[in-house]
Design a protein around this ligand. Structure first.
Ligand code: KG4
Ligand code: ZN
Length: 335
């Protein structure tokens, strides 16, 4: 079964071809970061307009890469949410147009399911069941994953997502969008002892998170220093370090609790913040100490991409063949 996957939920247009026998055949991505950087964040209207420009050329690109035509495709998988409404509309309209024109089924994919399953594209894929930590710009969740489509939410953020906290910290420190990689890099130069921020929800007795207070702690510390002078580079690095230490501490310890509570020894980390080197380092240390396996998507598949959507569409259709009977694209219901 050959699936064309289309992702357009935020600021990346991703298109890919995934084959149930041969794996990922091709993928192409256009990131809009350079376009949004001047505004310090994603401008939804610009995002939608750019997806319109990119989605068909990227589709042609993957078909060429894999030496196939649209007629060879068995179904089109597209992200139906969550995400920016206008941006999602571009990908779904494109998928449905192809489906309608060629009489192919369209498989709706939940964006987070794409992230969740993305480590299955790596050289060392995890077996089911596993615990998944989903850490993106919009979500922070711990899930129990028993199989494709069998997901139990164990805990989630009560306010900001982890990626959002990284992005807001970056803004306070005057770093450019997207903030996650910039904060992470700067934190490497920071003194871990200079500032100490709290560990929100660490002892809450559940698997929920909260990052809004941490963002406020960053802002308060920055303002305190700025009352007497502009922040020095070292001070910015020290604040970034304190922020990363706190975020990584809470995320990693809650992962360990989720594994223990569910008697599991496999952890999957997915979503943009899963690319964070400090988080990976800490989880790798914990994995050695507590004897569990930790799986990450390949680095370039941590952030949004079409490959994870094509894969999720393929696995969903393999499990539920009725998804392949939805030939009238106007009757496809978002899941
Ligand atoms: O999964 P993703 O591409 O998009 C969403 O679905 O939200 O995640 C984007 C988020 C942004 O907040 C970005 O700052 C963060 O992931 N991010 C990182 C790193 N790379 C991306 N955060 C920390 N460290 C990184 N290396
Ligand atoms: Zn995402």
């Amino acid at each position: 079964m050959l699936i064309l996957g289309i992702e357009s939920s935020c600021d990346e247009t991703g298109v890919a071809l995934y084959d149930s026998q041969r794996g990922l055949l091709a993928h192409a991505l256009h990131s809009q970061i350079d376009m949004h950087v001047a505004y310090g964040g994603v401008v939804p209207e610009l995002a939608s307009r750019d997806h319109i420009q990119r989605v068909l050329p990227l589709t042609t690109e993957v078909l060429t890469q894999a030496s196939v035509t649209l007629n060879d495709v068995d179904a089109i998988a597209c992200t139906t949410g969550p995400g920016l409404a206008g941006a999602l509309l571009v990908g779904t309209a494109c998928a449905h147009a192809i489906g309608f024109a060629l009489n192919k089924p369209v498989i709706p994919v939940h964006h987070l399911e794409g992230h969740l399953l993305s480590p299955l594209l790596s050289a060392n894929p995890p077996a089911f069941p596993f615990i998944a930590l989903l850490v993106s710009g919009g979500h922070t969740q711990l899930m129990r994953v028993d199989d494709v489509g069998q997901y139990t939410l164990l805990g989630e953020t009560l306010d900001d997502a982890a990626g959002e906290a990284f992005d807001k910290t970056a803004k306070v420190l005057g770093l450019s969008y997207p903030g996650g990689p910039a904060v992470s890099q700067l934190a490497e130069q920071g003194d871990p002892e200079r500032f100490k921020f709290g560990r929100p929800m660490l002892h809450s007795g559940d698997l929920d998170f909260s990052f809004a207070g941490l963002k406020t702690a960053v802002l308060t510390q920055a303002k305190k220093l700025q009352a007497t002078h502009p922040l020095t580079e070292q001070e910015k690095a020290d604040i970034a370090r304190a922020f990363v230490e706190s975020a990584v501490d809470v995320l990693s310890k809650k992962c360990l609790t989720a594994l223990k509570d569910n008697h599991m020894n496999r952890l999957v980390v997915a979503g943009g913040v899963g690319a964070n080197s400090q988080l990976r380092e800490r989880l790798n240390e914990l994995a050695q100490k507590h004897k569990f396996h930790v799986h990450y998507p390949e680095l370039h598949l941590c952030t949004d991409n079409g490959a994870m959507i094509a894969l999720a569409g393929c696995l969903s259709a393999t499990r539920d063949k009725s998804l392949l009977n939805q030939h009238d694209s106007f009757t496809v219901k978002p899941r």
